[in-house]
Ligand binder design. Structure first.
Ligand code: SF4
Length: 387
């Protein structure tokens, strides 16, 4: 059974692992909705029961995020049931992930009732050949229609919008990526962009095509140049680069994602969802191991496997998450949290870092954009210092 934080401060992630078809680069767990329609009802029923059981332990969730998969695989009434069960109106932020091809006016009901305050849409590209190569279901026309509707929703109900864009894609030029960015911002008026660099994940169709030599991807230097140009353009457009892949204007940061980056408590419900829950100095991760078919037909709270996270692992995770953000490490908060001095613990690794990668003061250690580019290398060096 899951252990709930005593202070009642908890965010909720609901995983909806249904997609129309699988995108060529995607390594997340999801299954085709068409072949699994028989499980939809049972899946939502169980999620709703689990949410209601949680409500015995707390009044409200700090933030809620419904992600996937594609939550647009569920009709509005099923999403509404889940959000009502979670008392979503009382949360500080409720984000709904949505694929363009499934977005329509029926979902406006959720905005109108104050059950969803933010929508995150995976546009990825505005170019048809690129969308085809990625195996996306949406085409440029679908994206345009969805962006127009999203803008309407923003103007009518005051919801916040975020759009995902992918870069370093086969056949994509920096100029076309910048044109996509401008078009999305101009048409939507969004204050939030998530910008992801294509990664080739093992076991995906993309990895197979790269292995066969049918597709090529940029090397590291090419990716760095591409990202550098995109980041510079976003900054020119008034966006704050507040996390490696996330940019906002007018202070519109994602509250839910900041919970992950601060390692605050969050509960993930649904097939393949993950949770982090702390009780004093003890932290636990829970991973839901059931397939969506098993999840839909098994008792509530079955299949969540617990892993205790020891003190050193907690430090490693904290550093890994904090350095993704432009807030970086607050050294006093670090001592309070782990009873260890950041500068002393990591002295040797810190002295090995290039000075252009970070800024360091008595209070904060923060990576620069050059540091973000080599984040993995920096984390590796710091991790080697942890006993
Ligand atoms: S829609 Fe999202 S979750 Fe579904 S296959 Fe594509 S990338 Fe993966």
């Amino acid at each position: 059974m899951l252990i709930f934080p005593a202070d009642g401060n908890l965010s909720l992630y609901l995983h909806i692992p249904f997609c129309t078809t699988c995108c060529s680069y995607c390594a997340f767990y999801s299954e085709p909705v068409g072949a699994n329609k028989a499980y939809l009802q049972g899946y939502v029923d169980r999620l709703e029961q689990e949410i209601r059981a949680c409500k015995a332990h707390l009044d409200r969730f700090f933030t809620i995020f419904i992600g996937g998969g594609n939550p647009g695989s569920l009709p509005v009434e099923q999403l509404r049931r889940l959000l009502l069960a979670a008392n979503a109106e009382a949360s500080d932020e409720v984000t709904l992930e949505m694929n363009p091809e499934t977005f329509n006016e029926t979902y406006f009901k959720l905005f109108e009732e104050g059950l969803v305050t933010r929508m995150s849409m995976g546009i990825q590209s505005m170019d048809d050949p690129t969308l085809t190569r990625l195996g996306r279901n949406a085409r440029r026309e679908d994206n345009l229609k969805a962006i127009k509707l999203a803008r309407q929703a923003r103007l009518l109900y005051g919801i916040e919008l975020s759009f995902d864009l992918m870069v370093c894609l086969p056949g994509q030029t920096v100029e076309s990526a910048i044109a996509d960015l401008h078009e999305i911002l101009l048409r939507s008026g969004s204050d939030h962009i998530s910008l992801y660099c294509l990664t080739v994940e093992e076991g995906t169709e993309l990895a197979e095509q790269v292995g066969l030599g049918n597709t090529s991807v940029l090397d590291e230097d090419g990716q760095e140049d591409f990202l550098h140009t995109m980041w510079t353009e976003l900054r020119r457009l008034g966006f704050e680069h507040y996390e490696v892949s996330n940019f906002c204007r007018n202070g519109k940061k994602s509250k839910h994602n900041q919970v992950y980056w601060r390692l605050d408590n969050y509960l993930g419900l649904g097939s393949s969802a993950a949770s982090t829950l702390k009780e004093g100095s003890i932290a636990r991760h829970y991973a839901q191991k059931q397939s969506l078919q098993e999840f839909a037909s098994s008792p509530c709270f079955s299949g969540y496997e617990e892993e205790r996270v020891d003190a050193n692992q907690q430090i490693e995770e904290y550093v890994m998450m904090a350095l993704r953000t432009n807030a970086g490490i607050d050294k006093q908060a670090f001592v309070a949290r782990y009873q260890q001095d950041f500068d002393t613990l990591f002295a040797s690794a810190l002295s090995s870092l290039d000075s252009s990668w970070y800024s360091d003061s008595s209070q904060f250690f923060v990576l620069t954009e050059y540091g973000f580019m080599v984040l993995d290398e920096i984390l590796l060096r710091l991790a080697l210092e942890i006993p």
